[in-house]
Design a protein around this ligand. Structure first.
Ligand code: ATP
Ligand code: MG
Length: 349
């Protein structure tokens, strides 16, 4: 499948989300946490895009930035509406509310977002009322249908959040996201808190719902083995930037970035014959308030060269056997140039 045959649903260009660090009585800004630091990517309609990286690399902030739930510092996020692409950053309040009907986010623990004083019906009817379903009988039917679609009995709508298990609450969170008829769902660590067996059930459910409702997913996780099962493409993030992005198949078969290699080598494999050589990541993740110079991965990179310390590598697209593969690494670039691999323009240019 060549990318140019696919329909782009969301175009992120040069996105930066910086949080000011304030100190002292006067609350002076003394620096910035560069949570998202120049990210450009496309999301295709109907795909599942996995977004992976260690804790604190900016995955949630990128998800929230797309939805404009945090103030975005720079860049654009163009979403394809019926009448063409519009930058979510520039939408007037009312239009942004409508856009949020098309783009939903499911967080790790929906318990925190389900009001414990309300029944499930009470929690789920809110968005329906907001988007115009005035008739109560209609809402009861709709919520029953939604619960059934996430494999829960209809009559659970009269129960309270504390009467459910983690897996059931996550299904309710998904039902709530589905209730407003979204096109794109950002699943932020949606299964991370669940037992492995329940995780598999919820992942299967997400796959079924994707077909049924023709959804597009951005699936955020720190666990590469989860996205291997689910994602069509995977973007690997490190300190607010994307370091590698390609199809899941290509990422696992032809891993190019040293950071991705280290992440992949850390996935537990059951089959001893398949056990990969584990590449330990040296040191801790540096602070996004004070990222290293050049390639921000250089202090931890086993393949670091002199230029990596000073020159920031660009995320460049290579086409390998017809498959698009984005990587930002000086060493990979040299290797690709030596091989004569086709290089396309950077997505951010
Ligand atoms: N509202 C905020 N104000 C200040 N700093 C923030 C805020 N939200 C996030 N950060 C910082 O931005 C960086 C990225 O955080 P983010 O939550 O996006 O990471 P993450 O990749 O989702 O991590 P995790 O896997 O732990 O969920 C972190 O250093 C975090 O401390
Ligand atoms: Mg997060």
């Amino acid at each position: 499948m060549a990318n140019n045959e696919k329909e782009i649903l969301l175009k992120v260009r040069g996105a930066k989300t910086y949080f000011a660090i304030k100190k002292g009585l006067m609350k002076r800004t003394v620096g910035y946490v560069k949570a998202v630091d120049d990210i450009s990517l496309d999301v295709y309609r109907g795909e599942t895009l996995g977004l992976v990286g260690e804790s604190g690399c900016g995955k949630t902030t990128l998800g929230k930035s797309i939805l404009q739930l945090v103030p975005v510092t720079e860049g654009s996020m163009e979403y394809k509406f019926e009448d063409g692409f519009k930058d979510l950053r520039k939408l007037p309040r009312k239009e942004l509310d409508n856009a949020r009907q098309k783009i939903q986010i499911v967080f790790q623990d929906p318990y925190s977002s389900l009001n414990p004083a309300f029944t499930i019906f009470g929690s789920l009817e809110d968005p329906l009322i907001k988007f115009g379903m005035k008739d109560k009988q209609e809402r009861i039917k709709k919520i029953g249908d939604l619960l059934e679609s996430v494999n829960l009995p209809r009559d659970y709508m009269t129960r309270y959040p504390n009467e459910f298990s983690g897996g059931q609450r996550q299904r309710i969170g998904i039902a709530r996201a589905l209730s407003v008829g979204p096109e794109l769902i950002i699943c932020d660590e949606a299964v991370s808190a669940l037992d492995v067996s329940i995780q598999a059930q919820v992942l299967r459910l997400l796959n079924q719902l994707k077909e049924e409702y023709k959804l597009t997913y951005i699936f955020i996780t720190h666990d590469l083995s989860v996205v291997e099962y689910l994602a069509d493409r995977i973007a690997v993030m490190y300190l607010g930037r994307i370091v590698e992005l390609t199809t899941s198949e290509e990422l696992f078969a032809n891993t190019l970035h040293p950071y991705t290699k280290a992440l992949l080598s850390a996935i537990p494999v059951a089959d001893v014959a398949q056990k990969k050589h584990r590449i330990p990541l040296q040191g801790d993740v540096p602070s996004p308030a004070n990222p290293p110079s050049g390639c921000t991965f250089h202090p931890r990179c086993p393949e670091c060269q002199e230029r990596c310390k000073n020159e920031r590598p660009v995320l460049e697209e290579y086409v390998i056997d017809g498959v698009s593969h984005f990587v930002s690494c000086h060493k990979v670039k040299e290797m690709m140039e030596a091989k004569g691999a086709v290089k396309k323009e950077s997505v951010s240019e």
